[in-house]
Design a protein around this ligand. Sequence first.
Ligand SMILES: [Zn+2]
Length: 198
Amino acid sequence: MAKLEVITGPMFSGKSEEMIRRLRVAAFAERNLILIRPNLDKRPERNVFGLVETDPKLRGYSKLISRVVLSANDLNEIVSLHKPNVIGIDEVQFFPHDFLDLIINLLDQKKDDDFKIIASGLNLDAEGCPFGIMPELMARADEITMLKAICTKCKSEGAIFTQKTAGSIKQVEIGGDKIYTVRCRKCFIRQSEIPLTS
Ligand SMILES: [Zn+2]
């Protein structure tokens, strides 16, 4: 039966590593895999494809296709050609709404098949609001894994907020630990409440 698994949480909570772990399990079962990510985030240290390259099972696995995807049409074409059992989507919060429609359609079309979509992405933006299509995916998921980080201020476990420390007030701004940190509910400050450039 088709299944939607969601991996979510703040930055630095290990979402990409968890994605890799699940793909590795599927690779041991000889499944056809597709791993996609949007073309927004080009930092190699944040790139899930970099993790594939260093994984002993996934590196060189011939049934895995890794692609930067620009549109839902792109993904549809890859799916038609490769006939995956598993589609891993990294940074899913950056994909536009037509991706959500495609994901829902694929799950519907393949509901009787050995087919799984693993969608990984941020739960919240730096304002503390649900990010992009993530809430829609979570509502439709068979399984949700909520990963947490350690608060960089009070060091408590269970930080679920991604906080901006520099940069602008734009929702989508690429920048790793130079402009983002993780905070617990008690220590989190919304970006609208801290002085950032516009
Ligand atoms: Zn804290």
